[in-house]
Write a protein that binds this ligand. Structure first.
Ligand SMILES: Cc1cc2nc3c(=O)[nH]c(=O)nc-3n(C[C@H](O)[C@H](O)[C@H](O)COP(=O)(O)OP(=O)(O)OC[C@H]3O[C@@H](n4cnc5c(N)ncnc54)[C@H](O)[C@@H]3O)c2cc1C
Length: 540
């Protein structure tokens, strides 16, 4: 059956136009209850708001279960949301959003490797030849590691006034005592709850959730100087005031203790593109959703949107269910957010999003390979630019490639420093970060002809109208008190997206949230007798 057949008659042009002109969008859209009752034996039709990974994955899974869908996307050209690959004139590329995938992320692996067979290679996370830059000292990571292994005070910690007891311990021992010991102390059910549940019920997790990373480390008795040293060496300085449960969950999943990452050769955007290629119904681009409508009888839901080319005209799409993947800072400013429960509205406005500014520096030579012997990995600084990632594409040390151009990715510039930089004009922001790094980390950046200045790209995620933030990363207490309000469905509307998952800041979270929403819709539809083709998915 054609989707058009299922839609009720559209409101008369005149009535609709008059109501819109009067600023009354909801009055402009005729109540759903007046429309034709849908036939119950067909598979449900679903509106998906947003063509980021959560939206694309939801569409792909729904399609696999015989459902139809309409994707409404605000962007006019870009599909993939916060997966954003920047391309340069010489054919090289860099990532302004997601750049690496942990081996532990099963859903990402399922799509990238098993279903779409995309080319991948190891993403190098650490290089002994790269640097720690803390309190003005530039020390090779390998040197610090060797000194720690030999029981000597490492060159970086000499810049911090550690007490005698702290000075005898390696950074790993300090981290273990301050942070990892709390994971070991969790009982099996508490571990499951931390990893898999949208609600904390056990007392220990509720209490742990009240602490920031810094506060938890303080409670282990470490001095302020030792904490500063640990944060510098771990690259976690900008996340120190976030809820420690965000980091404990990642540690529990072994992302940092057993690091193995990979990247997609050709750019991370190949993943959303692979989904897009498989979708029978492509996203409707340039459609900014501004409001929702739903009625219990006859169980229909509608998205009200405006198309980029017709900004003053409000249009409507109607379906059996709706999956909304709009990031919370965007959703909270739309009229649509008032359609949700008061608890959800407050949660949407309160839950904290991290800020991020990313910079890609195209260079004419790979001086970090030639001069420093750095092939992948990152240098960690306590300066405003944050960490500097080196490309992972030349671990074989190919001479020809070494002589060619490269892209330095300046990343992990988060929090208020990202906002300070973000408020600068893009060209000035790039120039400031390059100058800072040139004076402290790589003098080559200041040599004429090294940086292709006209192609430097920077991206401030808070400033992007369809993201307004980098990713959800909660403050202490927010998971225990607010998260379940965000994930709870409201009638026929399901929220999905990285923020609805327990893996904030990862693509895996977006994919997992899509699976959760699709499974719930199929279950709800099946319970209502509307679909019975979804056995495999529901059984899985
Ligand atoms: C700087 C940065 C680095 C990251 N690094 C990594 C990494 O290394 N590895 C990793 O796995 N993950 C990483 N992530 C996280 C990952 O990119 C996200 O978790 C994931 O892409 C989020 O997908 P999503 O579908 O939930 O949201 P989005 O990708 O934001 O998709 C939401 C979509 O909704 C659209 N939209 C918004 N408002 C409207 C509206 N009103 N109407 C219609 N459409 C609308 C948007 O345009 C967008 O296309 C990073 C993220 C950032 C920002």
């Amino acid at each position: 059956m054609e989707i058009a057949e299922l839609r009720g008659p559209q409101p008369m042009r005149g009535e609709f136009a008059d109501a819109v002109r009067a600023g009354n969008v909801i009055a402009a859209v005729r109540p759903i209850t007046q429309r034709r009752r849908v036939r119950s034996e067909r598979a449900p039709h679903v509106i998906i708001v947003g063509a980021g990974l959560a939206g694309l994955c939801a569409a792909y899974e729904l399609q696999g279960h015989g459902c139809t869908y309409t994707i409404l996307e605000a962007e006019t050209q870009h599909v993939g949301g916060r997966v954003r690959t920047a391309r340069f004139s010489d054919g090289s590329y860099g990532e302004l959003g997601a750049m690496r995938i942990p081996e532990q992320h099963a859903l990402a692996r399922k799509y990238v490797k098993d279903e779409f067979n995309l080319p991948t290679r190891a993403f190098v996370t650490s290089s002994e030849a790269a640097f720690y830059l803390g309190r003005g000292r530039r020390v090779r990571i390998g040197r610090v590691k060797r000194q720690v292994a030999a029981g000597q005070p490492d060159s970086l910690r000499q810049a911090y006034r550690l007490n005698a007891c702290e000075a005898q311990r390696s950074p790993a021992e300090l981290w273990d005592r301050a942070v990892l010991s709390h994971i070991r102390a969790l009982a099996a059910d508490e571990r499951c709850e931390l990893r898999d549940s949208n609600v904390f019920k056990t007392r220990r997790l509720i209490e742990l959730d009240r602490f920031s990373l810094r506060r938890l480390i303080e409670l282990s008795g470490l001095s302020n100087e030792a904490i500063e040293y640990l944060l510098a060496i771990s690259g976690l300085r900008t996340l120190q005031h976030s809820a420690v449960t965000e980091l404990l969950r990642e540690e529990l999943c072994g992302i940092w203790s057993n690091p193995g990452f990979y990247e997609i050769v050709g750019g991370m955007e190949l993943l959303p593109k692979a989904f897009l290629h498989r979708l029978r119904s492509k996203p409707r681009m340039g459609c900014e959703v501004i409001d929702f409508q739903q009625d219990q009888h006859p169980n229909r839901v509608a998205a009200i949107y405006r198309h980029r080319t017709r900004p003053h005209k409000h249009e409507r799409e109607e379906a059996d269910f709706l999956i909304c993947t709009i990031p919370l800072p965007v959703l909270a400013r739309l009229e649509a957010h008032r359609r949700f429960s008061p608890e959800k509205q407050v949660a949407m406005r309160d839950l904290r999003y991290e800020s991020a500014t990313k910079l890609l520096i195209p260079t004419t030579t790979r001086f970090w390979e030639k001069n420093e012997g750095i092939f992948g990995g990152a240098s960690y600084t306590d300066l405003m630019p944050g960490s500097v990632y080196y490309p992972s594409d030349n671990v074989g040390r190919d001479e020809a490639r070494m002589a060619g151009p490269g892209i330095l990715a300046v990343s992990d510039c988060w929090g208020q420093e990202a906002r300070w930089l973000g408020h600068m004009r893009a060209a000035e922001r790039g120039a400031l970060m390059i100058e800072t790094l040139g004076k402290t980390l790589h003098a080559e950046l200041l040599q004429p002809g090294t940086v292709r200045h006209d192609e430097v790209r920077s991206w401030y995620w808070d400033g992007h109208p369809w993201a307004s933030g980098a990713f959800a990363f909660y403050m202490p207490g927010q998971f225990a008190t607010l998260h379940h309000h965000v994930t709870a469905p409201e009638g026929r509307i399901y929220l999905a997206g990285e923020h609805c998952s327990r893996m904030h800041s990862w693509m895996e979270g977006a994919l997992a949230s899509a699976h959760d929403a699709v499974a719930s819709i199929l279950a709800q539809a099946k319970a209502a007798g509307a679909v019975n083709r979804s056995r495999a998915f529901l059984d899985a």
